[in-house]
Design a protein around this ligand. Structure first.
Ligand code: ZN
Length: 163
């Protein structure tokens, strides 16, 4: 009986761990120009940008830095009228979003929708750095644009060393 109870506790705690947000995966920073901001952040963080990547679906070009368990994502518009340029026109360069890593993005979207949060895209789409992503509307999160991201291939991500 005791063994059964322990097993049940382990299974339940495993499930809770499986679905909850894991950590701040990255902080997204809106910049006017990567060619100016990459050297600035390399100097600030004392590490090299390990990857730049265009995300066609969002019309942005991104640049990544790894700081321990977390990353910094610089984001530049690749279209004059893109979302990042519009953000910068309104608020200036700076923090654009906080991204949380989740193990099961669809379950997490369902949980947050049920709790009253507004999801900007119901179906997760492919974002930068091998992630499936979803955004929550800042109106429902106290003014913070929240990104949920799930590694498309968690094992490969874990073993991959930054270049
Ligand atoms: Zn992001």
């Amino acid at each position: 009986m005791l063994v059964l109870v322990f097993t049940l506790i382990l299974v339940v705690s495993d499930l809770v761990f499986y679905f909850q947000m894991q950590k701040v995966e990255h902080i997204g920073i809106a910049v006017r120009s990567l060619s100016v901001s990459i050297p600035l952040f390399e100097k600030l963080l004392d590490c090299s940008c390990y990857k730049t990547e265009d995300v066609e679906s969002e019309k942005v070009r991104t640049a990544f830095f790894r700081i321990g368990e977390t990353k910094i994502e610089l984001i530049e518009s690749i279209e004059q009228n893109g979302v990042i340029n519009r953000f910068i026109e309104k608020k200036g360069e700076g923090i654009h979003h906080i991204a949380f890593e989740v193990t099961d993005i669809e379950t997490e979207v369902e949980r947050l929708t049920n709790k009253g949060f507004t999801v900007l895209n119901d179906t997760p789409h492919k974002g930068a750095d091998e992630k499936l992503v979803c955004f929550l509307h800042p109106k429902s999160t106290g003014g913070v644009l929240v990104e949920l991201c799930q590694s498309i291939n968690p094992t490969a991500q874990k073993n991959k060393n930054p270049v």
